[in-house]
Design a protein around this ligand. Structure first.
Ligand code: COA
Ligand code: MG
Length: 303
């Protein structure tokens, strides 16, 4: 079985596929991951012409280190299959990922997987196109374990709190914004999705925050999802990109401390000790597993 590529997703920037100007701007930004949108950022009258604009942007702009994804329309629409066919036939190896919104079940993801398999064969593509899936309907949240295990092509689950709020009946004014709920309203959903993702060795990412002029609350939302195991957050505006990439990058001193702790544990182990004092506290193999996640993140970034 082909290994999943290790991609950075500290920030996934959403860019309307109908806007040549915004796609050009996105290609010039230092961002881990961009998705060119055919879904909600694009009006129905623009959806078909946007496919060609996206293909042009993928084939002609210099995207540098950025992972290139296209968000298709959901599988209940008349657009979805042609979104995939036109974009993949047009961009071939210049597209890395397809993002599937409003998935309801494992079979939705498997449909996209099979279509991509056929196209890769027909076009003779050397690399495998990955899939990221949005969990944004209550049905999807109920089936998140099956969705997470649906196909080896799946690389990431994203919590889409905009549509999810509508689906669950959450009263909230701004997408991803404050709700007045006592405590963190998304604690359960973020944990549930992240557990399903981690159990299948794939990434978990947090969705959008509409108020792009409020950096402090955005940073706090990044921090909440980062602490519980998510690897990144969406940006809907350039102003959010660096904020997210900062929060989801471990600090150099944390990484140095983690590596020091692992070395101290290894030294203890060599003396036949499983638990020792380190910095005045007990550490054992579980402490090492926890900080190894941090070191893995640092390695992915190249720190
Ligand atoms: N990607 C790339 N460039 C973007 C961008 C994005 N998501 N959002 C804004 N920009 C650009 C603008 O074109 C503008 O460029 P300029 O300075 O060269 O003119 C610059 O960044 C500043 O934008 P600003 O004037 O502050 O905002 P705006 O009114 O142009 O756009 C939104 C505001 C919300 C309409 C826009 O950010 C947007 O469309 N975001 C994405 C929406 C989306 O994808 N939704 C679906 C997923 S939830
Ligand atoms: Mg949505």
């Amino acid at each position: 079985m082909q290994e999943r590529p290790k991609r950075l997703r500290r920030c996934q920037l959403s860019v309307p596929g109908s806007s040549e100007k915004m796609m050009k701007k996105a290609s010039e930004m230092d961002v881990d991951f961009v998705f060119l949108d055919l879904e909600d950022a694009v009006a129905p009258t623009e959806k078909r012409p946007a496919r060609a604009k996206i293909v042009e942007a993928l084939n002609t702009l210099d995207w540098g280190r950025t992972t290139r994804c296209v968000r298709i329309n959901d599988l209940t629409t008349e657009y979805a299959y042609e979104d995939i066919i036109e974009v993949v036939e047009g961009a071939r190896e210049n597209i890395d990922m397809i993002m599937l919104p409003k998935a309801m079940s494992a079979s939705d993801v498997q449909f996209v997987d099979k279509l991509l398999t056929m196209m890769e064969k027909k076009l003779g593509l050397k690399k495998r196109i990955g899939i990221d899936v949005l969990i944004e309907e209550v049905e999807a949240m109920m089936h998140v374990e099956e969705i997470a295990a649906s196909t080896p092509r799946l690389e990431c689950l994203i919590f889409g709190m905009g549509d999810y709020s509508a689906s669950q009946g959450v009263s909230i004014r701004d997408i991803g914004g404050p709700s007045g709920y006592p405590g963190d309203i998304w604690s359960y959903q973020r944990h549930k999705l992240t557990i399903a993702a981690r159990a299948n060795r794939i990434d978990a990412v947090d969705g959008p925050f509409a108020d792009f002029k409020d950096p402090d609350t955005f940073r706090e939302e990044c921090r909440r999802s980062m602490i519980l195991g998510m690897v990144g957050k969406w940006a809907i505006h350039p102003a959010q990109v660096q904020l997210a990439q900062e929060v989801f990058s471990p600090k150099a001193e944390e990484v140095a401390k983690a590596r020091e702790m692992i070395a101290a544990y290894d030294a203890a182990l060599a003396q036949g000790l499983g638990a020792v004092q380190y910095g005045g506290k007990m550490i054992d193999i579980a402490s090492v597993r926890i900080v190894k996640n941090l070191v893995d993140r640092a390695d992915r970034i190249g720190m």
